[in-house]
Design a protein around this ligand. Structure first.
Ligand code: HEM
Ligand SMILES: [Ca+2]
Length: 718
């Protein structure tokens, strides 16, 4: 409906984002035109036009710019074009000032002269065309005003001596039409779902971000080699190790629950191949890959292969079994969410799209399973990304989970041409072992002491020097593109550990183990394989109630992690990572000039001096861990805190599936609405997931509403 109250441009749908004005606003703006004319005459209008040009070209929109734009929008309205006010002034001003507005070229000067010699009615139409084009960059064009056609008519009737004017008006149009379609093309029909191994996220560069790819290098080291690097165990002892009996609680009261989520995120994007430290066995996208696995074979091992369902409370990655058990409990929420979503999709069966048989959209029951599985997976990863944006990043920044402000990586339209692949630097930046809370440190000590050498072997696997790395040539059997390694991910070392782990920490029966991976402190129903909800809630509460450690300044990493940290230091050296100051310069941060700049702990400053001699020789790994911390939010060491945000934003925005495929058509209306989160929770979906999937005895919620509002801060600090 384009005509309301005799005003053809207007629409009353302004509140829904339609940039055109409603009738009342329109009248207000018309009087605004008159005011501008009255107050500042032609000069005011010309200035307004100049502003418009500046705003259209620079994309700024301050208050004045908005006023100008609205005012010019009004100028486009033919309702007023019969009046000698407003439009007429604008027309004359625009044409007269083409020169100063658009800059001068000889052709343009001729064009302006030609324009000025046109009859006024034609000048006005041309003006409208120009204004529409300028506005069109930011607002929608109302094609029913027929401006375009009118301009074409005028141009068509111009004589050969007015060719400059015609060119001046039409050439930019060609550019406009051409740029309607962004190149390279990134969205091909039929690539709506994630592949099992993460490939084809970028169709043009299908291997980017695929499981089993090498890490990317962000910074090439150009500095002279430090030929006197200290032995890695000395680096750990002198700079990283938390002294026995010492614990500094996190100054913002951040709890371990936040770090359980961080561990799920790091396992999602980092899985260094124990046989080759250059290689990452997981996908570089935030796609819940520790839940779904890293290739088709992994994925099928945890699927029921019926109705899109996962095996109850199951996930793929066994690395999570030896983490604090709250981590697995958290991942189980997403496992449950997958099945909840798959069941919901089938029950709603929007437009019959999940029906199979003759004449139905799907041919067989297997097709139904696949379609439901992939759609549910898409929705589940959408929920995960909601949690990362609304709960996780907000905590990192220190903005409340219960506020409407959040750094939305999707606010600006993303155009992910290249996909994303994580870097070795990002891997190191994300080793937040210093944050481990007291209770989890105790747990870690017990696990290390009990599992002893076998675990130590697994954790601190010897990292071979680059020359020794044998690049494994797995046989690539023909499979579907995107299915990945046909042999599945080898987690044999964990299989070997599991019996001992179970015996000491879980005490699950054979029947329970047959149903799925063990979680210390939780038991599965032997018939259904479903964990006891109260057990899971208890494990999450252990994270919620447990304050994390301060993470900066060095000397904060639990001693039990020594073999893991030493392996990390060696990995960074062998992969030729840049020096710490080089990394800071890459991020446009001032390099550290003195050792006092690094850490506030005097003994760390002294140790740095003794181990490295000069700040420029400090290696990336050590430098990141010993730095002073930011003063709000997660209080990460400065460089880490800066880098983590670039990495997180890149991770989310360079994911085609996250940015282009999260549509109602792909997810169904219900699924699309689900991942938007709850309006009364400021768009968060996490509280709802906890409420839905962790119902406690007596139908009570696992966390109260108040707790849900601030999940990542220990209650005593709130
Ligand atoms: C009690 C808690 C934790 C335990 C027991 C633990 C254990 C481990 C182990 C065993 C490894 C070495 C894996 C291997 O060599 O294959 C590792 C690596 C790593 N950890 Fe932790 N971790 C804990 C907490 C965290 C936290 C809070 C973070 C950060 C959010 C984190 C980030 C990493 C990263 C990025 C790696 C390197 C992963 C790779 O390259 O494969 N960890 N951790
Ligand atoms: Ca992943």
């Amino acid at each position: 409906m384009l005509v309301t109250n005799g005003s053809p441009i207007m629409s009353s749908a302004n509140s829904s984002g339609n940039p055109w004005l409603n009738d009342q606003e329109h009248r207000k703006l018309h009087s605004h035109i008159l005011t501008i004319e009255e107050e500042s005459g032609v000069d005011g209008l010309v200035n307004a036009l100049k502003e418009l040009v500046i705003h259209s070209t620079q994309g700024k929109s301050d208050k004045d710019g908005k006023k100008t734009r609205s005012f010019l929008k009004t100028a486009l309205d033919p309702t007023y074009s019969s009046q000698p006010t407003g439009v007429e002034w604008v027309a004359q001003s625009l044409v007269k000032n083409l020169e100063s507005i658009f800059g001068i070229t000889p052709q343009r000067t001729r064009a302006i002269k030609e324009a000025l010699s046109l009859p006024f009615s034609q000048k006005r139409v041309l003006m409208r065309g120009l204004v529409e084009r300028l506005l069109g960059e930011h607002t929608l064009v109302n094609d029913r005003t027929n401006t375009f056609e009118a301009v074409m008519l005028i141009l068509g009737n111009l004589g050969p001596d007015q060719q400059d004017l015609a060119d001046e008006v039409t050439q930019p149009l060609l550019k406009l039409y051409e740029s309607d379609f962004k190149k390279p093309f990134i969205n091909y029909v039929g690539h709506n779902f994630r592949t099992a191994d993460g490939s084809f996220n970028s169709i043009n560069f299908p291997d980017v971000g695929k499981a089993r790819s090498n890490y990317v290098r962000s910074v090439v080291s150009q500095a002279p080699v430090n030929a006197n690097l200290p032995p890695p165990h000395v680096v750990f002892e002198r700079l990283l190790k938390r002294p026995e009996g010492q614990f500094t609680p996190h100054k913002s009261g951040i709890n371990m629950f936040l770090f359980y989520l961080a561990i799920i995120i790091t396992h999602d994007i980092f899985y260094t191949d124990p046989k080759d430290p250059k290689r990452n066995l997981t996908t570089s996208y935030l796609d819940l890959s520790s839940l779904y696995g890293y290739n088709r074979k992994d994925q099928e091992s945890i699927r029921q292969m019926k109705n899109g369902l996962l095996k109850n409370d199951q996930w793929f990655d066994k690395r999570l079994v030896i983490q604090p058990p709250g981590v697995a409990a958290l991942l189980v929420i997403f496992s449950r969410n997958h099945n909840y979503v798959a069941e919901k999709l089938l029950a709603i069966n929007e437009n019959g799209r999940f029906s199979f048989g003759p004449g139905k959209p799907l041919a067989t029951e297997q097709d139904l399973d696949e379609e439901l599985f992939q759609t549910a997976r898409l929705i589940n990863t959408g929920c995960f990304s909601n949690v990362v944006v609304h709960d996780y990043i907000r905590t990192i920044l220190g903005t409340s989970q219960s506020s409407d402000f959040f750094l939305d990586p999707f606010k600006m339209p993303a155009y992910p041409v290249y996909g994303n692949q994580v870097s070795i630097e990002f891997n190191i930046i994300y080793r937040w072992h210093a944050a481990i809370g007291k209770q989890d440190e105790d747990w870690l000590n017990t696990v290390m002491n009990t599992l002893g050498p076998s675990l130590r072997y697994q954790m601190g696997h010897a990292v071979p020097a680059p020359a020794e790395v044998v690049v494994e040539q797995r046989q690539q059997q023909p499979g579907k593109p995107g299915d990945g390694d046909p042999n599945g991910t080898d987690q044999g070392t964990f299989d070997a550990l599991l019996p001992l782990f179970n015996e000491h920490f879980v005490h699950a029966t054979e029947e329970e183990l047959e149903k799925g991976l063990p979680v210390a402190g939780a038991h599965r129903d032997v018939k259904t394989g479903v964990f006891d909800n109260a057990d899971l809630a208890k494990l999450l509460r252990r994270g919620y109630d447990q304050v994390a450690s301060d993470l900066g300044n060095g000397l904060a990493t639990p001693a039990a992690l020594a073999p893991i940290e030493i392996a990390g230091i060696m990995q960074a050296r062998n992969l030729r990572c840049c020096y710490f100051n080089e990394f800071r310069k890459f991020l446009k941060l001032v390099p550290m000039g003195t050792f006092e700049d690094f850490s506030e702990k005097v003994e760390v400053q002294q140790a740095l001096k003794e181990l490295y001699g000069t700040p420029d020789k400090v290696e990336l790994y050590a430098g990141l861990m010993v730095e002073r911390t930011k003063i709000t939010g997660l209080r990460l060491p400065y460089t880490m805190g800066r880098a983590i945000l670039s990495d997180a934003v890149n991770l989310l925005r360079n994911d085609r599936i996250n940015t282009q495929e999260m549509t109602p058509q792909n997810l169904t209306n219900w699924g699309h609405e689900f991942i938007q989160g709850e309006a009364d929770q400021h768009g968060r979906v996490f509280p709802k997931l906890i409420q839905l999937h962790l119902v406690q005895p007596g139908n009570l919620p696992a966390f109260t509403q108040e707790e849900l509002n601030n999940l990542f801060v220990v209650p005593s600090s709130q």
